[in-house]
Design a protein around this ligand. Structure first.
Ligand code: 13P
Ligand code: SF4
Length: 300
């Protein structure tokens, strides 16, 4: 493992490449990354990076967003079929039909979506800025929120806005936690705070002390010591690793995203050696999708 990490480091320098890793990636991948972050942080960063080669350790929609925002760089996704099941729960045709049912609405798409869906949307959002994005829309407008019903319903509840959600969800967050997990954890750890990702089922979100993105959780941890985390376990593993002095527990060991786990250190090495898999977005779709991403980035 050490040898591979060393070879990656040398090759990275030779090719002036940068490695980006989402907060859910396996520990050894996060450890060798130049930058780690949540979806919003990595999108902002991708737009600013000045590197000929970006190795994006995450899932396809993230690498696509990076490729759209930084057409000058060659963006590589190390594992070709690392996708996001939630992103695939709505396609362009389905969104066009949805919009036709609500002609005067505004479409907000979660960044966990395909480029085609982004291209058909008015504005994009991530879990850390969804509330800001929705609040920026005219109060009299009906908002169509795709694809995540859980993030959409949480934002509707907090903002008080009229939001119609698509029936998509993240299997990891939807099925990874139960009310019983919370009950048991609250009993065994009564002085811990519960942080919940908004992709979780509303019944789990309702029990949270705080609802936040993975980036929000990383920041929250700086000032707090006893936390129960309800999100994909790659984040919890990494937080425990960088803060061994703090008390951090995952709400459930079941919350694992199989797609995020596909990237292994060997894949990162091949990605650097062979410059595969190059993520390219058809220019017309990229231009339209970029409008919805840029509108989000103007708000942040
Ligand atoms: P954030 O990175 O915005 O917290 O989102 C989590 C997620 O599921 C990304 O796939
Ligand atoms: Fe998609 Fe859920 Fe995996 Fe995130 S954790 S990439 S939303 S399946």
């Amino acid at each position: 493992m050490k040898d591979i990490a060393q070879t990656i480091k040398l090759l990275k320098e030779k090719k002036q490449a940068l490695i980006l890793a989402h907060n859910y990636q396996a520990l050894e991948i996060q450890d060798l990354a130049d930058y780690r972050g949540d979806s919003l942080q990595l999108s902002i960063l991708s737009a600013e990076l000045n590197s000929p080669l970006i190795i994006f350790c995450g899932v396809r929609f993230m690498a696509e967003t990076a490729a759209i925002l930084n057409p000058e760089s060659k963006v590589i996704l190390p594992v070709q079929d690392a996708g996001c099941p939630m992103a695939d729960m709505i396609n362009g045709d389905q969104l066009r039909e949805f919009k036709a049912q609500y002609p005067d609405s505004v479409v907000v798409c979660y960044v966990n979506s395909t480029v085609e869906v982004k291209a058909e949307s008015d504005i994009c959002c991530t879990s850390s800025n969804a509330l800001k994005v929705v609040s920026s829309i005219d109060k009299d407008k009906t908002i169509l929120f795709v694809p995540d019903r859980n993030l959409g319903s949480w934002v509707a509840k907090v903002s008080g806005r009229k939001i119609i959600t698509w029936n998509g969800y993240c299997p990891t967050h939807q099925w990874g936690f139960t009310a019983q997990d919370i009950q048991e954890m609250r009993t065994s750890h009564p002085d811990y705070e519960l942080l919940v990702h908004p992709e979780c089922d509303p019944l789990i979100v309702a029990e949270a002390d705080h609802v936040m993105s993975t980036g929000g959780m990383v920041n929250y941890l700086q000032e707090h010591d006893r936390l129960i985390i309800a999100t994909e376990n790659g984040l919890t593993d990494y937080l425990k690793h960088i803060h061994p002095e703090k008390k951090i527990i995952s709400l459930s060991p079941k919350a694992i995203c199989q797609n995020m786990r596909k990237t292994r250190i060997e894949d990162v090495l091949s990605a650097l050696q062979d410059e595969q898999y190059h993520i390219q977005v058809e220019p017309d779709i990229a231009r339209k999708a970029r409008l919805s991403i840029d509108r989000m980035l103007a708000i942040k």
